[in-house]
Design a protein around this ligand. Structure first.
Ligand SMILES: *Cc1c(COP(=O)(O)O)cnc(C)c1O
Length: 342
């Protein structure tokens, strides 16, 4: 067999239902960056639409345009990485909701407005220092946004931020900054219907972080946080299973046809077990196109080995063996590996 990533769309449905139930009445924005965390953008967008998901978090404008093509005009698509005038024009023309994290981008987006104003979500930097308007510049940006809104170049629909979700204390401090920025924004711009702060972890754990929208990727794909609560505690399940085939058996060693060129980090060698027809077996070595694992009785070419997924270790289990997060495993799986939707 050749390596395959099987995506269980019914499990995806169940995760979406769990997330929705948990965060209601806040609405779920499904984050689909990195090819929907490696699960395949088109199939995930189609399925999410059929479950009534209305909001997509696209990260860059190119992804936003792909989602627009796929999802049609009624979807709301949030892109928060806008690079220069060309990108801004594309985003405005496609009717994207644009996350604006600095004063220059605000100008570029406003300049790109046509007969319809650019829909803007202003981002306050609450401590991550990735992008986001610094608190000391916030008032000036709000004044400028009010001016641009009066000229119908933009419409400010929301204020948002992104938080670390690493400790409650840091998140509380970030939320206090967010609240202060929000109050200032509403005093200058009026009521803002789209307030959003939380990603997967905070949207589950912290009711007062939910506001109007939560931006959820990981939990919809069934990727639990490394070092955090279990799948069962969260009520989610992994939706992807990665399988590869036995190519040959020599003594105590079995060669499996998946390797680092397919996106399996070679650092996992010696640190993980994969699931074989005879139970878990240790991964000894990972080469570019294959891995060597401990043999089992009656191992033969053509048998399937599950690297992660249902009835096996999860992506997060593998990630924890090398101190990273499940997303890092999921998004690295090569796009050349066939995705099968079940
Ligand atoms: C990736 C991302 C998310 C989703 O995070 P998850 O932990 O996968 O739910 C939300 N917001 C922003 C800004 C992101 O970059």
């Amino acid at each position: 067999m050749t390596a395959t990533l099987t995506v269980d769309l019914e499990a995806f449905d169940r995760n979406i239902a769990t997330v929705r139930g948990r965060v209601a009445p806040a609405e779920v924005m499904l984050v689909v960056k990195n090819d929907a965390y490696g699960h395949g953008l088109d199939a995930i967008v189609d399925r999410a639409l059929s479950r009534g998901i209305r909001w997509f978090g696209a990260f860059d404008v190119a992804t936003g345009l792909r989602v627009r093509d796929r999802a049609g005009e009624s979807a709301r698509i949030f892109s928060w990485l806008v690079f220069g005038r060309g990108d801004a024009a594309d985003a405005v023309n496609a009717g994207l909701d644009i996350g604006v994290g600095d004063a220059d981008t605000l100008e570029e987006v406003a300049a790109a407005a046509t007969d319809r104003p650019a829909r803007v979500h202003l981002k306050i930097d609450t401590g991550l220092h990735r992008n986001g308007i610094r608190p000391e510049s916030w008032d000036a940006v709000l004044d400028r946004a009010a001016e641009l809104a009066t000229r119908r170049a933009i419409e400010v629909v929301g204020v948002w931020s992104h938080i670390a979700e690493a400790s409650d204390a840091d998140d509380d401090a970030a939320r206090a900054l967010y609240e202060a920025a929000l109050r200032r924004a509403e005093s200058v711009l009026g009521t803002l219907p789209l307030r959003h702060l939380a990603a997967s972890a905070a949207s589950f754990a912290r009711a007062d972080f939910r506001y109007d929208l939560v931006r959820v990727g990981a939990f919809c794909y069934g990727i639990r946080p490394a070092g955090g609560p279990s799948d069962a505690d969260l009520g989610i399940e992994p939706i992807a299973s990665l399988d590869a085939g036995v190519v040959s058996v020599s003594g105590s060693e079995v060669r499996v046809d998946i390797g680092s060129a397919d996106g399996i980090p070679s650092i996992l060698a010696g640190a993980i077990e994969v699931s074989t027809p005879d139970g878990p077996r240790r991964v000894r070595a990972i080469g570019a196109t294959c891995m060597m694992i401990d043999a089992w009785p009656r191992a033969t070419a053509g048998q399937a080995v599950r690297i992660y997924g249902r009835d096996a270790a999860s992506a997060t289990d593998l990630a924890e063996a090398v101190d990273t997060i499940g997303e890092e495993i999921a998004v690295r799986i090569s796009p050349l590996i066939e995705r099968v939707y079940a």
